[in-house]
Ligand binder design. Structure first.
Ligand SMILES: NC(=O)c1ccc[n+]([C@@H]2O[C@H](COP(=O)([O-])OP(=O)(O)OC[C@H]3O[C@@H](n4cnc5c(N)ncnc54)[C@H](O)[C@@H]3O)[C@@H](O)[C@H]2O)c1
Length: 446
């Protein structure tokens, strides 16, 4: 049983690693954060966050100024000055759709190299999302090979999936629904102790299992949530064909059934982000390798491929040809409260609009810098919602930021050349909006 707070290191300062490192340090754990990206290391040491996440800036400032959080680009230093290492590197998708484990491999080899010279037992915790078998067959194997040490005897290993939601990451770190720990008895109980120290009386329900089950839990979780959203988007398409059909009412009706539940039943322009697209693809490819088909996952992906394009069809119905028309895009990040644009549906929508010959002007409260990296000079960037609407022939709500919810019909009518609005996220009352301007919304029948 651990009595002193273990020292931690975190390998990979993305959304998960930065939030994990900052929150543990904020709670008084000594954390060394390591990344191969020197810019991120320097920025963190100056207490500057390189991602937008509510509450994160304050937490980083406090953690750095108290001396609990330090960043380094020396992996040996990180290992030598910690007892537990979290691997939080990215696990993107290869061109063929399979999981790309190169960063996990690199990180485990770096850890193995440093552990070679370390006498004390050390726990390695894989938090990156990886397909079943990776923790034991890739991470453990690499560490053993490079360090010459034996797992369990000289070091331990666990898989501990991360479920935080971008946009609510700090909240989710402090109040998770549950913890999943996959590993041997010794490693699991070491990690459990760390979490007991972190959460105290607020310790969430915890499932302890082997690494493979824990790895699959993460994929099953994401696939199920994506399936729920694609399901309601499928129902939305039916509603669009029914006079006075409304998916919001249908979703409420089924969501009140406790067996279904109301969460993740919001119809919209489709899902994107840094996790679901690549995780569903990795799960599908993993299943193929073990001789299985996953028809529910296929359908979930298929529905999502065409969902964003419904907004383009709506625009043509409202204003005819899009050639030379100015289209205003409100919302670029893949969901509200983040600046992350990875696999955001806004990208697909904007590319389609440009192909149709439209002129695109866009605004997002936080993702403008990331958008500029993606679209460069191909689109126009507005400084606020109203500026984005000026002179436009059609406006599309692509991300449901709160500030867009406050826009009134008059904001569209008074600023647009041709007030036509497409609500891709169902944030407006159709009764009010459709009586005042040309209006279409996902899952809304004529
Ligand atoms: N973003 C999320 O909301 C979320 C939620 C749950 C789980 N996950 C999973 O967590 C993992 C990390 O996701 P993310 O979005 O934080 O990733 P990210 O792409 O934002 O960041 C990954 C970081 O790892 C660094 N890196 C790469 N190789 C490294 C190495 N050898 N050593 C140290 N650092 C290295 C990169 O420079 C980068 O800063 C992924 O597997 C993802 O699927 C992400």
């Amino acid at each position: 049983m651990l009595t002193d707070k273990p020292r931690m290191s975190v390998f990979g300062l993305g959304y998960v690693g930065t939030v994990t490192a900052a929150c543990f340090a904020y709670k008084g754990f000594n954390v060394v954060a390591f990344d191969v990206d020197k810019g991120k290391v320097e920025s963190l040491n100056q207490a500057i966050s390189f991602i937008y996440e509510p509450e994160l800036d304050e937490i980083i400032k406090q953690a750095v100024s108290s001396g609990s959080l330090k960043a380094t680009y020396n992996p040996n230093y990180a290992i030598m000055n910690s007892d537990i290492t979290f691997i939080t590197v990215g696990t993107p998708q290869k061109v063929d759709g399979k999981i790309d484990l190169r960063y996990v491999e690199d990180a485990s080899r770096m850890i193995g190299k440093a552990l070679k010279d370390k006498d004390d037992w050390h726990l390695v915790v894989v938090k990156s999302t990886v397909i079943p078998g990776t923790t034991n067959n890739v991470v453990k194997k690499n560490i053993e090979e490079v360090s010459g040490k034996t797992c369990d005897r000289d070091f331990g290993i666990c898989f501990n999936p991360e479920f935080l939601r971008e946009g609510a990451a700090v909240h989710d770190m402090f109040y998770p629904d549950r913890l999943i720990i996959g590993g041997s008895e010794k490693s699991s109980s070491y990690l459990l102790n760390l979490y007991n120290m972190f959460y105290g009386e607020k310790m969430p329900e915890t499932i302890i299992t082997n690494a493979e089950n824990a790895e699959l839990i993460k994929y099953a979780n994401n696939a199920f949530l994506a399936m729920k959203v694609s399901f309601i988007n499928m129902i939305a398409r039916i509603c669009q064909k029914i006079p006075k059909g409304d998916v919001e009412v249908v979703a409420k009706g089924i969501g009140l059934d406790k067996r279904i539940g109301s969460l993740f039943l919001k119809a919209g322009a489709g899902w994107g982000g840094s996790c679901w697209p690549k995780d569903l693809s990795a799960l599908k490819k993993f299943a193929e390798e073990i001789g299985l088909e996953l028809p529910l996952v296929d359908a979930t992906i298929e529905i999502n491929k065409t969902q964003p394009l419904i907004l383009i069809d709506f625009a043509k119905e409202l204003i005819g040809s899009l050639e030379g028309k100015r289209i205003s895009i409100l919302g670029l990040s893949f969901k509200p409260n983040t600046d992350d644009m990875r696999e955001a549906v806004s990208i697909k929508i904007i590319e389609s609009l440009l192909k149709e010959g439209a002129e695109v002007i866009a605004y997002d409260p936080k993702a403008m810098d990331n958008a500029k990296k993606i679209f460069g000079k191909k689109i126009i960037y507005a400084n606020n919602s109203i500026e984005c609407l000026k002179g436009a022939d059609c406006a599309m709500i692509v991300t449901e930021w709160d500030e867009f919810k406050n826009l009134k019909p008059e904001d569209f009518i008074n600023n647009m050349r041709n007030p036509a609005l497409i609500d891709g996220r169902r944030i407006y009352d159709p009764k009010i909006f459709s009586s005042k301007l040309k209006f279409k919304a996902i899952g809304l029948g004529e």
